[in-house]
Design a protein around this ligand. Structure first.
Ligand code: MOS
Length: 745
């Protein structure tokens, strides 16, 4: 019998070799006959109107085919009606080239199409633009008087608004034994995936397109193109097997998709549009956010009053919201809460989900406040979390479907050596370095949506599974193959998981840490349905040894159906296929949470993070020397890919805390460091010892695989844990992100 289960094994990424040898193809790399190349021209002003756009010189260059601007752009369906995408916030979606209005700096205003990329890019600088400039506002802090409630809309389904006030915060806070309050500033971040956004459109005849797009959702891009250009869904195929990182930036179709499709349809040619690194800063970012937090606790450390207010940035055309202030009461069961989230519309592009959107912002403020409370109470920070531990999400009064956070605290503390910590700030030293230990909690959603999958037993006895889902570098291909392997009783090399093609069964955008919990059960369901079909056919074979058996009585293994209590009695898949005239056998199935029970429990993943920093006393340089993260996220399908997800999140947490900073010059309304030389991210020398622990947890409420999600939880607790460690090392409470050494001098 084959070595099963596959689930739980550290299987290496099945596409790993393709990727590390450079043979995996990305959206901007597909070959096409007589391909044309597009280069986008971006606005150099922040707000106003294009008075004149002169493309004469550009068009006169040899090899330039066309220059599209708002003046000559083809008429497309969406200019006449509102259409958005699966991740669009409430508001009016931005439509490139719609008219002469400039709404933000870097807005795409023209597309040059030429026979080579170089010629298109050269021609772009020959375009002369005269603008009528208008006053603009891009600074969050000086515009907080404009803060207002976000508009409600479809996107709020996965992003619930803050719960209503409870009890009497002000009174409880004033009567608290200890109080902690802070004003937090969180800067802007850009996603910076390694792969730049690109789309290659193959024109396949009248109104029929095959599109290679960089996206987190093939069907999302397909729907967008079909609706925007008035095409039939079946005539638009979007394919995205390799995605070189996205982190949320691919949750919405980006403007290169619109541009490439527009040009392809108009010119009836194959067209590719690739953005360059600087253009990667012209759509979507994690928004700057200001937060006020006030917690009050009694003498035993019980938090009884929680105030958390966030003011985030949005654009003038959409209300981007994220969940910033809901988390504290999900963790700490205070009876008196006042939670608010406001937006300030500014002359910037709409912010966009970035790994743990809102959660990584809100938990930064919450967990620093908890650390401060621990000091004021003279209670160990871990102890304070345990004193406030709850099996119930107090904000909804629902019990958690599973919550092994306590084990996260204890196992991570043990591994880290938390008991060696002298709580006195500035008391631990190593040479001229101050040493600090800090910890924090992480929390993130455990969601599940609807998905479909197809399972096909091919005539050679192998199985192909199909789903439109992408694999944005998370290991989806590998994990889905493992899930199918166990259900089918086949080794993973007998299974092909075909994916990232909009022509395949429905899957939502890959994000929100819900892919395995959403697509996994669909794959499992399709495999089970395939087994049932095979079994039924096995029973119907003449003189079948399984004729009297029930489905529960058999097991599937290595291409045979065995009777469980008498494995001598078996029928091979080969026999079944033969009886089926050699024809393939297939099934497509839908899987979704049961709406009658799904909302009855609170669902979340949790983590505990412990960090050691060294701070150079003279220079203020901060280094994270060690970090341990323990995660409780349901059953872990593949510990290797799962660990990589958490490590990636932890490294990003270090990056977000100590490195990344978008600098916006409010005089120009422009990001000044739109490149990887000046937008700092960590290099190998910045990253030291990182440990990941997966605490045992299974959650069969969320789905029948017992899985939750791990894509985002790795980043959430890192910033506060690092900031708390810096406090422990130096005695300085830093409330802003990022923390650069100048803040310690
Ligand atoms: Mo994630 S920010 O939902 O890709």
């Amino acid at each position: 019998m084959t070595k099963l289960p596959s689930i739980g094994k550290p299987v290496s990424r099945l596409e790993g070799r393709l990727k590390v040898t450079g043979s995996a193809k990305y959206a901007g790399e597909y070959e096409a006959a007589d391909l044309l190349y597009g280069y986008v021209v971006n606005s150099t002003i922040t707000k106003g109107k294009i008075a004149v756009i002169d493309t004469t010189d550009a068009k006169a260059l040899e090899g330039v085919i066309e220059v599209f601007t708002h003046e000559n752009r083809p008429s497309t369906a969406w200019f006449d009606f509102q259409y958005a995408d699966m991740d669009a916030p409430p508001g009016t979606v931005f439509k490139p080239l719609k008219d002469n209005e400039i709404k933000y700096n870097g807005q795409p205003i023209a597309l040059v199409v030429a026979e080579t990329f170089e010629m298109a890019r050269y021609a772009a600088i020959k375009i002369k633009v005269a603008y009528i400039e208008e006053e603009f506002e891009t600074d969050l802090e000086s515009n907080i008087n404009q803060a207002r409630d976000p508009k409600k809309g479809l996107a709020s389904m996965l992003k619930p608004p803050p719960p209503k006030p409870k009890g009497n915060f002000e009174e409880a806070y004033q009567n608290s034994f200890v109080r902690s309050s802070g004003e937090f500033k969180h800067g802007t971040e850009h996603h910076n995936p390694m792969e730049m956004f690109a789309t290659t459109v193959l024109y396949e005849g009248k109104n029929k397109l095959k599109i290679y797009d960089k996206t987190q959702g093939t069907i999302n891009s397909q729907m967008y193109v079909a609706n925007v250009f008035g095409l039939k869904m079946k005539n638009v195929q979007v394919i995205a097997p390799s995605v070189g990182g996205a982190f949320g930036s691919g949750l919405r179709p980006q403007y290169q998709l619109f541009m490439a499709v527009m040009a392809s349809l108009h010119l009836k040619r194959n067209v590719r549009v690739t953005l360059d690194r600087a253009q990667m800063y012209t759509f979507g970012h994690r928004p700057p956010t200001l937060q006020s937090v006030k917690f009050g606790a009694d003498e035993n450390g019980k938090v009884n009053a929680i105030f958390h207010k966030a003011i985030g940035e949005t654009s003038q055309f959409e209300d981007y919201v994220e969940v910033v202030v809901n988390w504290a009461n999900m963790l700490y069961p205070a009876e008196n809460t006042l939670l608010e989230h406001k937006l300030v519309p500014l002359d910037v592009y709409s912010p966009l989900d970035m790994r743990a959107p809102g959660g990584s912002t809100g938990m930064h403020a919450i967990e620093i406040t908890m650390d401060d409370l621990a000091y004021r109470l003279n209670i160990d920070p871990v102890e304070l979390r345990l004193i406030n531990y709850s099996e119930t999400d107090k904000s909804s009064d629902k019990k958690y479907s599973s919550k092994e956070l306590k084990k996260c605290y204890l196992q991570a503390a043990e591994k880290f050596g938390w008991n060696k910590r002298n709580p006195e700030p500035g008391s631990m030293k190593r040479g001229n370095k101050l040493v600090g230990y800090g910890m924090a909690t992480g929390i993130w959603d455990a969601n599940r949506l609807l998905a479909r999958a197809q399972a096909i037993m091919t005539s050679d006895g192998k199985v192909e599974i199909k789903s439109a889902v992408t694999d944005i570098g998370t290991g989806t291909l590998t994990i889905m193959t493992q899930i199918a392997s166990d259900e089918l009783g086949l080794p993973i090399d007998e299974i092909t998981f075909s994916y990232a093609d909009s022509a395949m069964p429905f899957a939502p955008i890959q994000g929100g840490s819900f892919t395995v919990a959403t697509v996994g059960p669909a794959v499992k369901a399709a495999c089970k349905a395939l087994n049932k079909k095979l079994f039924k056919k096995a029973k119907n074979i003449q003189d079948s040894v399984l004729s009297a058996a029930r489905f529960e009585d058999v097991i599937f293994n290595e291409g045979f159906i065995f009777l469980k209590n008498n494995p001598e009695l078996k029928i091979s898949v080969a026999e079944i296929l033969e009886a089926n005239d050699g024809k393939e056998i297939k099934t497509t199935n839908t899987s979704m949470p049961n709406p009658l029970v799904y909302g009855k429990k609170a669902r979340a993943v949790h983590s505990a993070v412990f960090v050691e920093v060294e701070v150079d006393q003279e220079l203020g340089i901060i280094e994270v020397k060690r970090a341990v993260t323990a995660v409780a996220a349901g059953k872990i399908i593949n510990p290797k890919t799962a660990e990589s997800q958490i490590l990636g999140g932890m490294i990003w947490g270090i990056s977000k805390t100590l490195h990344e900073e978008r600098i916006l010059d409010n005089r120009f309304g422009k990001y000044m460091n739109a490149n990887l030389a000046e937008y700092h991210i960590p290099v190998h020398a910045d990253i030291h010892e990182l440990d990941v622990i997966f605490v045992e947890e299974e959650d069969y409420f969320v789905n029948d695989l017992g899985v939750k999600g791990i894509g985002e939880i790795g980043i959430v607790g890192m910033p506060p844990a690092i900031a708390n460690a810096i406090f422990h090392a130096t005695g300085k409470r830093i409330y802003d992100l990022p923390i650069h050494f100048d803040k310690l001098l």
